[in-house]
Design a protein around this ligand. Structure first.
Ligand code: SAM
Ligand code: SF4
Length: 330
């Protein structure tokens, strides 16, 4: 699948539920409204879309949400995706509910990799940030279990918000060294359900890098995949082959739209050519109205063709999409 700007689609991000046990301040307001149960795609519908996408060249699927681990049939979904579509399956989670048995089941069903979000290591702040009673300890336990169960490479994600948790950049970066994983800092994007984003709360990737380098000098890695969202760095005091790395995902300050290979499917069956799309393509209707695989393939090809050249966050006419990140699937 190629869009009208010549970009090839290889990655499908699937939000498998819009529900979450957290209400992170940069993502979901406490009173966010969820889609009705009937509106959500079933396991079979998700597998069907992924299988058609695979026939069009998609090679990786990332399960996201909301919180994907809340999905009631997650093992069946992973197993079905793995056997029907053969794509590489990764998942991103807040890790607060991870249990060893479930991780084993998902791995056996075909899950390959895990990304875990962690924005603060201070229990009181973590609770305020996630508006939950969970603790950073639970999340770190989830990271450890994911490593033990071989869902590797495990990656960690953090969003820094000025005046909230930006003073933890170095401690979060140090997690990379503790666990031997890549710790990625994502720039805060205007995708929160409360529309509370403003540039004064935003911390640029370059500022974060400067802060980290006061403690841990970094060296750019030269093996980044060009379509990857992250630019990665290794620690100057560690061996070049150490798995401990720092990644910066800078969609606001350094958009990577030119190399984007992603398409998104929301939990309620809308195809979004871009995180910031203001137009969605309703694939749930053809799915439920007896469309053939060829018709679904044409649908995905057409939706992909409309992928916008860039998100335009910095342009004057920028409009924040109605859906928050939790409904789009980050
Ligand atoms: N609940 C899971 C989690 O938190 O990892 C998966 C879904 S969450 C929407 C996926 C990723 O989006 C997380 O790493 C989260 O930090 C990020 N995210 C959510 N809202 C964001 C925002 N406004 N700006 C930047 N990243 C955001
Ligand atoms: Fe839930 Fe993830 Fe959004 Fe936090 S970032 S509210 S954990 S979906």
């Amino acid at each position: 699948m190629v869009d009208s700007h010549g970009r090839t689609i290889r990655d499908l991000r699937i939000s498998i539920t819009d529900r979450c046990n957290f209400r992170c301040v940069y993502c979901m307001e406490p009173d966010v409204r969820f889609a009705s149960q009937e509106a959500l795609l079933t396991v079979d519908e998700i597998i069907r879309v992924a299988t058609v996408a695979e026939s069009l060249g998609v090679r990786k699927v990332r399960l996201t949400g909301g919180e994907p681990t809340l999905h009631p049939h997650l093992t069946a979904l992973i197993a079905g995706l793995s056997s029907a579509s053969g794509v590489e399956i990764a998942m991103i989670t807040n890790a607060s509910l991870l249990k060893r048995d479930a991780l084993r089941e998902w791995k056996a069903a075909g899950l390959k990799r895990m990304t875990v979000s962690i924005d603060s290591l201070r229990p009181d702040r973590f609770a305020r940030l996630t508006r939950s009673s969970a603790s950073p300890h639970q999340v770190l336990k989830g990271v450890e279990l994911s490593l033990i169960e071989g869902l590797t490479p495990v990656k960690l994600n953090a969003v820094l918000i000025r005046g909230f948790n930006d003073d933890e950049a170095v401690e979060l970066a140090a997690l990379s060294r503790t666990f031997g994983v890549e710790m990625r800092f994502i720039e805060y994007m205007p995708l929160d359900s409360g529309h509370a984003w403003d540039s004064s709360k935003w911390v640029s990737a370059s500022e974060t890098r400067t802060t980290i380098e006061r403690t841990f000098p970094l060296i750019p890695c030269d093996d980044d995949d060009p379509s990857s969202t992250a630019r990665t760095f290794r620690f100057a005091d560690l061996r070049a082959d150490s798995p401990a790395r720092i990644g910066f995902i800078a969609p606001v300050s350094t958009p990577f739209c030119g190399a984007c290979s992603r398409l998104r499917l929301t939990a309620d069956g809308q195809v979004r050519p871009c995180l910031f799309s203001t137009t969605e393509w309703d694939i749930r209707s053809p799915l439920r109205n007896g469309a053939t695989d060829e018709e679904l393939a044409d649908f995905l090809i057409d939706a992909t063709w409309t992928k916008q050249p860039g998100h335009g966050i910095s342009s004057l006419g920028f409009r924040q999409p109605e859906r928050p990140m939790s409904a789009i699937g980050g």
